[in-house]
Ligand binder design. Structure first.
Ligand SMILES: Nc1ncnc2c1ncn2[C@@H]1O[C@H](COP(=O)(O)OP(=O)(O)O)[C@@H](O)[C@H]1O
Ligand SMILES: [Mg+2]
Length: 361
């Protein structure tokens, strides 16, 4: 899929700007704090309905204004698609081809994107939260079942955690099984989809890693916990684990087991990368994971997502940069950087200079 053009109105530091993208590599360049990431963020917002950096849409609205508007015209395997987002302080309206959508899940999948920032290079050395976020964002874009299950799971989890803080222990113990049945139903959907996702991801990650390291080390990715069987079996297993942890959960006042605590294992050359790999090794592995995410979208939907590389080039050494450019040659990419010539080595691209929220010719 390709984004043909993007229109930003009172979005962050943009007043009224229209970007025309080519199907290949698009390079947004300019000094710091000019609006490059803001533009990349707008693209991601139209793909997922979620901002990368904040929880409140309000910050997306240009200071002093009441409403931000983002419109993109794109092309996916079904044809042309126009997505419009009108963002107000306390609400937003999103339209796909003119029809207002009722829920975020209906937005997912029209334009898929993979957002890659310098923070993602720490995907392996950072805590499990980041890796779950990686899985959640990625799987949600291709599975509304997953996205919906995740929302419901998190809602029930919040309620369960509130209940665990109640001092009336016998009431809590009477009530927990009721919550847990619902919780396990959604947890099982999440776990199953993550297992499938990681099974798909692993061979791509291995292949990219081979390419990036010239076959020096093998990368393995797998879930950190084994779940056997179908969704019903997984739900039962989880139910038992929750029961076994009643006492601990009550003592701590929150739920200590479930997919909100699960992680994935990363092995480089057979060794646990999170604990033992060097920074360089974990960054290369992270790069392989993000590139694999692109391939997963391709394998699930038949077409490449839009790849957003926000300031990533400056974080990579010369051989990795060149390899990355090779890997993305068939994929529409929006790349931000401060010095285009330093990172591109003459690669053919559509260059867009950004200065203070404006496109400069
Ligand atoms: N809601 C907003 N209204 C006006 N300006 C904003 C808003 N949100 C962010 N900015 C401005 O955008 C600039 C940062 O843009 P960003 O895209 O992150 O820069 P970069 O070009 O370095 O990627 C900052 O100067 C910030 O003040
Ligand atoms: Mg930036």
């Amino acid at each position: 899929m390709q984004i043909k053009n993007l229109f930003l109105q009172n979005f962050r530091n943009y007043e009224d700007e229209r970007f025309v993208f080519s199907d290949g590599l698009n390079v947004l360049f300019g000094k710091n704090a000019q609006g490059k990431t803001n533009c990349a963020e707008a693209v991601f917002y139209l793909c997922t309905g979620a901002s990368l950096r904040i929880r409140h849409d309000k910050q997306l609205i240009r200071m002093g204004e009441e409403k931000a508007r983002i419109v993109a015209e794109a092309e996916n395997r079904y044809g042309r698609v126009t997505i419009e987002a009108d963002i107000y302080e306390n609400k937003r309206e999103i339209r796909v081809n003119g029809s207002k959508i009722a829920k975020n899940a209906d937005l997912m999948g029209h334009i898929n994107s993979v957002f890659f920032s310098p923070g993602d290079l720490r995907l392996i050395q950072d805590g499990p939260d980041e890796r779950r976020r990686f899985m959640n964002i990625s799987i949600s874009q291709t599975s509304s079942t997953y996205y919906t299950a995740l929302l419901r799971y998190n809602r029930i989890l919040d309620q369960r955690n509130t209940l665990l803080k109640n001092h009336d222990v016998s009431m809590v113990l009477d009530t927990l099984p009721v919550w847990d049945e619902q919780l396990c139903k959604y947890a099982a959907i999440i776990v199953k989809k993550r297992v499938e996702f990681l099974e798909r991801l692993a061979p791509f990650a291995k292949e990219y890693h081979d390419f990036l390291t010239d076959g020096k080390e093998e990368l393995e990715i797998k879930p950190d916990r084994r779940y056997e069987g179908d969704e019903a079996d997984i739900a039962k297993t989880l139910q038992r684990r929750l029961e076994n942890n009643y006492e601990k959960d009550l003592r701590l006042g929150f739920t200590t087991v479930g997919p909100h605590r699960d992680d994935l294992d990363v092995l480089i050359g057979g060794i646990d990368a999170k604990a033992y790999a060097s920074q360089g090794q974990t960054r290369t592995a992270a790069l392989a994971l993000k590139l694999s995410e692109v391939q997963i979208f391709k394998s699930l939907s038949g077409e490449y997502p839009v790849l957003i590389l926000d300031d990533v080039m400056s974080e990579l050494d010369l051989p990795r940069r060149k390899k990355l450019l090779k890997c993305i040659s068939e994929i529409q990419t929006i790349l931000t950087c401060t010095h285009a010539e330093r990172v591109l080595y003459g690669a053919e691209c559509n260059k867009i200079r950004i200065e203070n929220g404006k496109i400069k010719p």
